[in-house]
Write a protein that binds this ligand. Structure first.
Ligand code: LLP
Length: 422
């Protein structure tokens, strides 16, 4: 259940009409439901409430300070992949002892900053990174808590660009090398072995992929025990899929299947558990609100040209992602539909939000809502074609707030600097 329904002929976000919001916020803008975020986080937490679990929200999905504040208040930890994300998490009140730091290549500066904050754990992705963390920790008199991210060589059955657990992906330490790298870790100064970690991909709906990967980690934990290396926590990463299309499984069903797999293995695990969900928490808590500029019929098709573009929401272009599109004003039950391409103003043929989509007939000036845009939407946006980053608005019950304004053109241009010798 998400908080975007028609009421009296207009699409609502919680108790507010989106049409009313468009009179105060120029389109395009992202619009999030605070209660959807809370509800998703709660559902995820409830699924593992009988286990010693810590939920570390993956900031990369949506790292707005207001979104993080909601989650911090719910008790969430954080999974970060850069100093910027670490700073965002801390600023929003997520305590360092609930923050894990992932990523294949943390810089020296990032490691030093994280050491100084005394974070819960570094998820280490190579022997060279382990050595680097050891050197920096010893030099600064710190002790670094580490997990090794294991690459279990499992196919997560998701889009190639977001699959991370196969042996030909750049992520993690090959499971065949894991024992040797743990043995190295056990002998390095400034290193405290805390856990074992995995993350096999994103938007995973073939839940059995998790099963195979966890099995791989469990046998490693047993092997490590024989070598007197003790694991205090297992980090399952993120990756749980969400519902984009009407054919997709419901999020509740996916969560139940996922939880059943974790519980199946829990008996063999006498350690704490960490989860890093991103998309599951925020994807369906956000809409991208846009206005139709032109409707352009050509010989073979009709283009609905909107004011949002690939620079605002890159997912359809990059991952062939399917996002539901609804008119903000509810169409009549017998409204005529037509097949259209919904495209933006950017000068690329790859600039589309939907292709060959059945949409009720729309006219210029009408507003549309693009669904499931709360994760990997605003965070992946950019200023291509010198378009301004778009605003983000949060709705909580009957209150709304501009949680990130759109920078001005002056701000955008002022970032450039002309050498005085030109
Ligand atoms: N942990 C790690 C180490 C990750 O790399 C990721 C996502 C997550 C957790 C969270 O995964 P989630 O629960 O959100 O699936 N931009 C792409 C998604 C990239 C995901 C990258 N890693 C998209 O729009 O589909």
């Amino acid at each position: 259940m998400h908080h975007f329904d028609y009421n009296n002929g207009t699409l609502m976000v919680e108790n507010l009409s989106i049409e009313a919001l468009t009179s105060r916020y120029p389109t395009p803008f992202y619009c999030y439901s605070a209660n959807s975020i809370r509800q998703q986080y709660q559902a995820f937490t409830d699924a593992f409430s009988d286990l010693p679990a810590l939920i570390c929200y993956a900031l990369k999905a949506n790292s707005n300070q207001a979104v993080l504040t909601i989650l911090a208040k719910q008790g969430a930890g954080a999974d970060v992949v850069s100093e910027g994300e670490l700073r965002r998490a801390l600023k929003a009140g997520i305590p360092a002892h609930k923050i894990v730091f992932s990523g294949v290549a943390k810089t020296e500066r990032e490691i030093e900053f994280a050491l100084a904050q005394d974070i819960l754990c570094f998820n280490v992705e190579s022997a060279t990174e382990l050595q680097q963390i050891s050197n920096l920790a010893s030099a600064s008199g710190h002790s670094a808590n580490i997990s090794l991210r294991i690459n279990p060589d499992v196919d997560a059955g998701t889009h190639a660009k977001i699959s991370t657990g196969k042996s030909d992906n750049k992520f993690g330490i090959p499971y065949l090398d894991a024992l040797a790298v743990y043995q190295l870790a056990a002998n390095l100064p400034g290193i405290q072995i805390k856990g074992i970690d995995m993350h096999i991909g994103s938007q995973i709906s073939t839940i059995s992929a998790f099963d195979a990967a966890i099995e791989c980690l469990l046998s490693l934990i047993e092997q490590l025990k024989e070598h007197h290396i003790n694991i205090e926590h297992i980090d399952f990463g993120g990756g749980l899929g969400v519902t984009y299309t009407d054919q997709d499984k419901s999020e509740q069903a996916l969560l139940e299947e996922y939880s059943a797999i974790i519980h199946k293995h829990a008996g063999r695990l006498s350690c704490k558990m960490i989860f890093e969900p991103g998309r599951f928490i925020t994807a369906n808590a956000g809409l991208l609100i846009t206005q139709v500029i032109h409707v352009k019929p050509v010989q073979k098709k009709t283009f609905v040209i909107i004011d949002a573009a690939m620079n605002d929401l890159i997912r359809p272009t990059l991952y062939d992602a399917w996002h539901k599109i609804s008119p903000v004003l509810e169409p009549a039950a017998n409204a005529v539909t037509q097949m259209v391409d919904v495209v933006g103003p950017v000068c690329e043929s790859g600039d589309y939000i939907a292709q060959d989509r059945a949409l009720t007939v729309v006219k210029s000036g009408e507003f549309l809502a693009i669904h499931s845009a709360g994760a990997y939407g605003a965070v992946s946006s950019n200023t291509y074609n010198s378009r301004r980053l778009i605003a983000e608005v949060l709705v909580d019950g009957d209150r709304d707030h501009l949680i990130r304004p759109s920078p001005s053109y002056e701000d955008l241009i002022a970032l450039d600097s002309i050498p005085n010798w030109l």
